[in-house]
Ligand binder design. Structure first.
Ligand code: B12
Ligand code: SF4
Length: 434
């Protein structure tokens, strides 16, 4: 039997596919994890396609089973592949963020939908498939973290990807932001510290990115993991929340264990916007101190901002590049607020008739797919592009890089690379502007 694993890509998305993509395009673990869940010996051939840099070919091989992973913005591409493989007689399974939020829609294009994480469901499905009785739906939301398999990283292409391996220690997050897809998918306890350390050690790498949505959320766990990472002498980065910048013991432990950068979803400089989406840390006047504190512990900060909250005004959004400068961030990223299916935000906007389109390829965080309150959707799109352009002028790129805490260290070139990568992300080239 032959199996094909696909990670679909939104074909209208030009970002992360350009010349500089390998400077900032993190390697996804999805395909590597799915592959590792397939019992050895069940398939004579397993092919893996990351559509970000590889092509899906319908007629080269006949596959018995095709499994497709996709996020919301890639759903239309994924459905096209699913329909094409079904026409050719393959058994098609869909999973991932969008299929989890919209299982009925996915079932119009596939034979089985797997809702939630794959760790229990893929082995269960394959067992039933081999017995000739696969079910239409599998849903096993609670996975024992001690049983996560080691991802089969080597079977996935690294083309156009940052060559720094990713690891996950704790999939959980203690917050419930209204727009977040991850809290719907990722629920579990942290992995045992020893198994995380063993995995990092086996990578024989000097740098790692942790995909934990909130690395420091479980403080005692984070402290013991960081203590155990110290002897490995690696450098690492992960996601944090703003309160990290007030916890000096955590910051010291982070630096000692090799942390040199954190990504923080600051989201907005408007407190009512943060309140409206249930963000726990809402004191925007403390952001500058948070960033300065983290810098004083030798770590860089990538701040992410979202445009389009109900309290946002044109004037405030247009002032973002300058206000972000004043915060002293090392890297910044902007996204249009996107109500992803499965989130509370989507439910609210749907209920109030604010969703403008269900064309999923537009749910790419570069396009307003809902009616904002204080400006039009078209104007929000235009301001979003202007903010990227201004925040990534050469002057700002160089100033951000060479005032960072990394400026006296050779790793400053990583930061410069990431800033240049974002400058050429290709937001302005997007093909599907509304
Ligand atoms: C790495 C990454 C990227 C990389 C690589 C993506 C790629 N396709 O190669 C880059 C930087 C390029 C990227 C781009 C984007 N990303 Co991204 N990305 C991630 C990130 C940080 C890690 C993914 C990962 O490796 N997870 C680890 C694996 C093991 O977990 P997983 O994917 O959830 O898989 C589990 C389950 O979902 C399930 N599952 C998943 N697929 C399947 C398939 C089958 C068949 C089955 C059975 C089960 C199953 O089982 C797995 C194991 O339990 C996630 C956030 C996160 N922490 O997950 C965001 C995330 C997936 N990205 C997201 C988004 C929005 C985007 C962009 C639209 C953003 C943008 N505008 O730039 C683009 C989309 C590009 C596109 N596809 O067209 C959202 C998706 C939300 C949604 N509902 O759609 C996420 C969740 C981040 C978030 N904050 O919400 N991304
Ligand atoms: S802090 Fe981040 S991961 Fe946690 S719920 Fe909010 S957006 Fe999601």
């Amino acid at each position: 039997m032959k199996l094909l694993l696909i990670h679909a890509w939104n074909e209208t998305e030009v970002a992360y596919r350009g010349r500089f993509s390998s400077l900032l395009s993190y390697p996804s673990l999805t395909l590597a994890v799915l592959y590792s869940l397939v019992p050895e010996g069940m398939f004579g051939q397993i092919d893996v396609v990351d559509e970000n840099s590889q092509r899906v070919q319908y007629d080269r091989t006949h596959y018995d089973v095709v499994m497709i992973s996709f996020e919301t913005s890639s759903a239309l591409s994924a459905y096209r592949h699913a329909d094409a493989f079904r026409e050719r007689g393959s058994y098609v399974v869909c999973g991932g963020y969008h299929a989890t939020a919209m299982p009925e829609e996915a079932l119009q294009h596939c034979d089985t939908v797997i809702i939630g994480p794959a760790e229990i469901s893929i082995p269960a499905f394959l067992h039933d498939f081999a017995a000739g009785a696969p079910k239409a739906r599998y849903h096993n939301p609670i996975v024992c973290a001690a049983e996560y398999p080691i991802p089969a990283r080597d079977v996935v292409t690294k083309h156009r990807k940052l060559r720094i391996p990713a690891v996950i220690a704790d999939r959980g997050c203690n917050n419930r932001c209204k727009y977040c897809s991850m809290s719907m998918m990722w629920r579990s306890d942290p992995r045992p510290v020893e198994s995380v350390v063993e995995e990092v050690r086996s990578l024989h790498t000097k740098m790692v990115i942790f995909y934990d949505p909130n690395f420091f959320a479980k403080r005692e766990y984070a402290l013991s993991l960081m203590k155990a990472l110290e002897p490995l002498h690696i450098l690492w980065a992960s996601n944090a929340t703003a309160d990290f910048g007030y916890d000096h013991e955590l910051m010291e432990a982070a630096y000692r264990s090799g942390c040199r950068g954190v990504l923080i979803g600051l989201e907005s400089l408007n407190t009512s916007s943060l309140r409206s989406v249930g963000k726990r840390f809402q004191e925007t006047d403390k952001y500058k101190t948070v960033i300065a504190n983290i810098h004083s512990h030798g770590m860089a900060v990538n701040g992410c901002f979202v445009l389009g909250f109900d309290s946002d005004t044109e004037e405030e959004l247009l002032a973002l590049p300058e206000r972000v400068d004043r915060l002293g961030l090392d890297l910044c990223r902007f996204a249009v607020l996107t109500p992803y299916p499965g989130t509370k935000l989507y439910e609210d906007y749907e209920k109030h008739g604010r969703i403008l389109t269900h064309e999923w390829s537009r749910y790419n965080q570069h396009t307003a797919v809902f009616s904002p309150v204080n400006l039009s959707a078209g104007r929000l799109d235009a301001i979003y592009r202007q903010v990227w352009r201004e925040a990534y002028s050469w002057k700002r790129v160089l100033r951000r890089t060479f005032t960072s805490p990394w400026r006296f260290h050779p790793y400053v070139f990583i930061l410069l690379g990431a800033n240049i990568g974002f400058k050429f992300l290709g937001i302005d080239q997007k093909r599907n502007a509304s």
